[in-house]
Design a protein around this ligand. Structure first.
Ligand code: LMR
Length: 328
């Protein structure tokens, strides 16, 4: 039934877009929290669904649930361990309960761009991270890119001191909380699906996210503007349940791995462009985007980078050194 699945995935911008699975097909539920259109993860998940349902028809059937329609990121990993969902791609900030190794990706100004992130993930240090939670029952199958984060608030943010005293929504990550505190701001961890409402009602004043998330969730509509800080990275781990994965027939597991690897490579090379298109869409929709000159940006580096010291032990100086080499 791949034709129906493909059509559904293509036409439904919101809500669950899933295939009608046939009797006898193994159902693979993939849960995520973003929109599907103009979004690196949304597009990658839809492509994965399309290819699995076409190429593994009769054997496997993938149902992708976007937009937090099945689970939020703070629920999905527990649900995966219970066997209620088989795949997800939470951001690397969402694994704190399971491992601290991903904290390196949240450290501000660690990576200059997504190419450096990609190179680090492809190194031995990065690849070892895929199995860092295996004893806890979770296996990383690969990294999917989103991109660099930008800052927004209900007032213009030019100097880091503009953020002082403001409340910023952050993902539930100790590093991101420390980063906001370093600026004299107050971090408020919150589920992604609640951020728009919290910005709109003034529960929080600002947030940080990628162009595709700021566009997809329409944050720009309820913020004064977005400042192009590129201060950190938001990237994803495609994750599964170790027992479920190990229990698959070898040929099924191999085919699924191959499709996933191909989708990952194809979509990761496009993530930068998808974010740039989202940035342009924000501007076209009347959103305000502010750029920083070199000395203004340096002030953000000085304000945020001291946070590294608090986490050196968690992430390892050797990993920091390896990550920094990727910026060269
Ligand atoms: C967030 O919570 O801001 C992001 O992790 C959402 C996402 O999946 O991109």
């Amino acid at each position: 039934l791949m034709t129906a699945a493909t059509a559904t995935a293509m036409t439904l911008g919101a809500g669950a877009a899933f295939a009608d699975c046939d009797d006898g097909e193994m159902v693979i539920k993939f849960s995520h929290v973003t929109n599907t259109d103009r979004h690196p993860k949304g597009i990658a998940a839809s492509l994965l669904q399309e290819r699995v349902n076409e190429e593994m028809d009769g054997t496997a059937c993938m149902e992708v649930y976007p937009n937090s329609t099945l689970y939020n990121d703070d629920q999905v990993l527990e649900a995966m361990l219970q066997g209620d969902v088989q795949m997800a791609a939470p951001s690397l900030s969402k694994f704190e309960q399971f491992t601290k190794v991903f904290r390196i990706f949240d450290l501000p100004f660690m990576f200059n761009n997504i190419e450096a992130v990609d190179a680090f993930q492809a190194s031995d240090a990065g690849q070892d991270m895929l199995e860092s939670m295996a004893r806890r029952g979770l296996l990383g199958l690969g990294f999917w890119h989103n991109g660099m984060k930008q800052m927004s608030a209900n007032k213009p943010l030019i100097e880091p001191s503009d953020a002082e005293g403001l409340k910023f929504r952050v993902q539930a990550s100790e590093v991101l909380k420390a980063q906001m505190s370093a600026m004299g701001a107050s971090p408020q961890p919150m589920a992604f699906s609640e951020v728009y409402g919290a910005l709109q009602t003034g529960v929080v004043d600002g947030q940080e996210n990628t162009w595709s998330n700021i566009y997809g969730q329409k944050f720009f509509e309820v913020q004064d503007g977005i400042t192009e800080t590129n201060h950190g990275v938001l990237d994803y781990l495609v994750v599964t349940n170790v027992d479920w994965w190990d229990g698959l027939d070898e040929d099924v597991r191999d085919q699924l791995s191959t499709i996933l690897a191909e989708v990952t490579e194809t979509r990761n090379t496009e993530s930068y462009n998808v974010n740039q298109e989202a940035k342009q869409a924000i501007i076209d929709a009347g959103g305000t985007v502010r750029e920083l000159d070199a000395s203004q940006r340096e002030a953000w580096v000085e304000a945020m980078k001291p946070v590294w010291e608090q986490f050196v032990e968690d992430v390892g100086q050797e990993n920091i050194d390896a990550a920094q080499e990727m910026n060269a």
